[in-house]
Structures are given as structure tokens and as C-alpha cells.
Design a protein around this ligand. Structure first.
Ligand code: FES
Ligand SMILES: [Fe+2]
Length: 346
């Protein structure tokens, strides 16, 4: 069950070029490539002829040629050539998916193309803003997307899972403030007068006590923007060392997800060593998450029917986000049911 009328991160801009690339999003296989002028295109990765993956074929001009019998499709998904005959069957076409390319990501719209509005892609400008330095990672998480959402909405796991990098007992000792605005859930935690996390302390050159904060802003269902950092005790957050962690979460299927990760900072921006240290350290953090969530997914598979999560106060954001996600899915299903079937009589 997925929300389809939304933008999901489908790839990094630099992953897509003339050579076709395959991605599965919400169980739908896509082929991505660029036209000669660099425009990214996403089509269903299934040839209309006999379902061979178009991603196994090649681009010719602005078209893609199937590697099996040569059916060729334009960037609009319409078949323009059938090598073995001069006529093109009417049904020889594949679905085209709307795309938006912004700040280093290519976003794909998986639902009704008529509802796709590029203005709905959330703000991620930090990734390309020269005032910020960015480290990126991509991970295949062997778990459902919901476990990643829960993980990011409940950062008390940092105290235990990420002890050596970003964790400390003081995290779970501080409560959260949860806010909801439309389909965006924010979970904010302020931790006054504490030490900087080990992973950042060196790169920030921060010794002594600070006010640490992190606020997860979840744009249900596709992106978490984590606004975090440290600032002087009692000082405004904006004056501190600031971090924006962008987490593009894209379901592959019910047990696998793509995780597109960008960590942007407004300190030590030109420090190549800091960038390298963070790249290595953050890879450790993400691998710890990936391993934990894979184990959790296995745990979910063996959980008897009728046994559910035991949510606590720190799960306030988790509960709110789950409710919004389920409302969005139900709303989509209801509007699908309400839509007249093509050819049906009124
Ligand atoms: S399956 Fe693509 S041309 Fe035959
Ligand atoms: Fe984590």
C-alpha cells in the first residue's frame, strides 16, 4: 500500500545519463534516461511488445530502443518504430512518468499524471547552496519505508544505536514537541547545556557545553528534513552550527526501500578533511540504521497477527505520521473507486 500521488526521489541527477537506468518505485519498474539536450525521462520499464525491460536497451537520439525486437519509443512513451513491419499497433506505447529535477535529485510522480504539480516538491536548496557543504550517500534498506519513517521520527534510538557517533543518553532524557501542519509532521527536541555529539565535535571544533537541537520535519510520505545543530547556551538556533539532513525515502516494495541521503552543514564549508571525516562517519551511522532496520523487518515478519507496537510518549510523531499516511492512502483509494471506468456507461 503506497501513496502514489506524490513525488518520490527516483535518482541522483548524476546517476542518470544517456545510458538507461532501472529503478523500481512502489513496485513499478521505471527506466530513466536523458534526451540529447539533457532532459531526464522516465518511462515504464516494460516493453509493450512482450514486456522485456527497456532498461536493457539503448537510447537512440531522444528515443529508447528495446533490446529484444527493437520497438522504439519516444520520450512521450509512444512507439515510433517497429522494425519488423511498417505499421505501428495502436497499443504500442508505454507509460510516461512526470519528473522534476531539482538540487541534485530527480523526483518521479507515481500516481495520476494530471495531478502532478512540480511546486509540491519540498525545499531542498541546501544541497546546492554554496553557503553550505554537502555529503551524500545512497542506501538500499532491506525494510519497508514505514520503518525508516519511524526511525527518523524517534531519534531516541541515537542513544543506543549510534553511541559512538551521534548518540548520548541525554537524548532520550529530553522530551519532544510534536506539531502537524497539513501532511507535515514536526518532532522537535531541545537539549540544553550538553556536549556536542562526538561525530560533529571535531568538525565543529566545539568544546564545552552547548544547546543541542534536532527537529525532524516529515513531509509525508516521501521526505524527512532534519534541522539539527548546536548553538551557544541560551542562544538562538540560527546563530549556531547548523545541519540540514535530507532523507528521501522511496519505497521499492513492501520489504525494500531506497534511501537518498544528503547532509548539509553551514560550518567548515571549505574544509575537505571535515567533509571526508563526515562522509566516513555518516556512512557508519547509516549502516547502523540499515542493519537495525533489516533486523527489525525480519522481526516484523515473524510477529504473530494481533501483536502490535507498544508506542510511548516519544512516539508522538510516529503515531501522528502513521495516521496521516493511512488517511492519504485511504483517500487515494476512495478517489480511485469513485473514478468512472473507461468505457463504462454513465
Ligand atoms: S519485447 Fe520489446 S521489442 Fe519485443
Ligand atoms: Fe539512526
Amino acid at each position: 500500500m503506497y501513496v502514489l500521488n506524490t513525488w518520490y526521489v527516483a535518482a541522483w541527477s548524476n546517476e542518470v545519463d544517456r545510458k538507461p537506468v532501472k529503478r523500481v518505485i512502489c513496485e513499478q519498474p521505471l527506466v530513466l534516461f536523458r534526451t540529447q539536450n539533457g532532459t531526464p525521462v522516465a518511462l515504464a520499464d516494460r516493453c509493450a511488445h512482450r514486456a522485456f525491460p527497456l532498461s536493457e536497451g539503448r537510447t537512440i537520439g531522444d528515443s529508447i530502443e528495446c533490446g529484444y525486437h527493437g520497438f522504439t519509443y519516444g520520450e512521450d512513451g509512444m512507439c515510433t518504430k517497429v522494425p519488423a513491419q511498417s505499421t505501428i499497433p495502436e497499443r504500442a506505447k508505454v507509460r510516461k512518468y512526470p519528473l522534476v529535477e531539482k538540487d541534485g535529485w530527480i523526483w518521479a510522480w507515481m500516481g495520476d499524471a494530471e495531478l502532478a504539480n512540480p511546486a509540491d516538491v519540498p525545499d531542498t536548496h541546501w544541497m546546492t547552496d554554496p553557503e553550505w557543504a554537502t555529503v551524500t550517500h545512497s542506501f538500499h534498506f532491506k525494510c519497508r519505508a514505514g520503518l525508516i519513517h519511524d526511525n527518523l521520527l524517534d531519534l531516541t534510538h541515537e542513544s543506543f544505536l549510534h553511541k559512538t557517533t551521534v548518540g548520548d543518553d541525554y537524548i532520550y532524557e529530553h522530551g519532544i514537541t510534536v506539531e502537524v501542519e497539513g501532511s507535515v509532521v514536526s518532532v522537535d527536541r531541545l537539549m540544553p547545556s550538553v556536549e556536542a555529539p562526538p561525530l560533529y565535535a571535531d568538525t565543529m571544533d566545539a568544546r564545552g557545553l552547548f544547546d543541542r537541537f534536532h527537529c525532524t520535519e516529515f513531509f509525508v510520505p516521501n521526505l524527512h528534513v532534519l534541522h539539527s545543530g548546536i548553538t551557544g547556551e541560551g542562544k538562538p538556533r540560527a546563530e549556531g552550527y547548523l545541519i540540514k539532513v535530507l532523507n528521501g525515502i522511496t519505497p521499492i516494495d513492501e520489504r525494500n526501500s531506497w534511501y537518498y541521503y544528503a547532509f548539509s552543514r553551514n560550518f567548515a564549508v571549505d574544509d575537505a578533511q571535515a567533509t571526508e571525516d563526515l562522509r566516513v562517519g555518516l556512512n557508519t551511522v547509516l549502516q547502523e540504521d540499515a542493519d537495525a532496520l533489516e533486523a527489525q523487518e525480519i522481526g516484523m515478519q515473524s510477529r504473530p497477527a494481533g501483536e502490535f507496537d507498544v508506542l510511548i510518549a516519544q512516539d508522538g510523531g510516529v503515531a501522528k505520521a502513521r495516521r496521516i499516511l493511512s488517511t492519504l492512502i485511504k483517500r487515494e483509494q476512495a478517489s480511485d473507486t469513485a473514478r468512472p471506468v473507461a468505457g463504462a456507461r454513465a
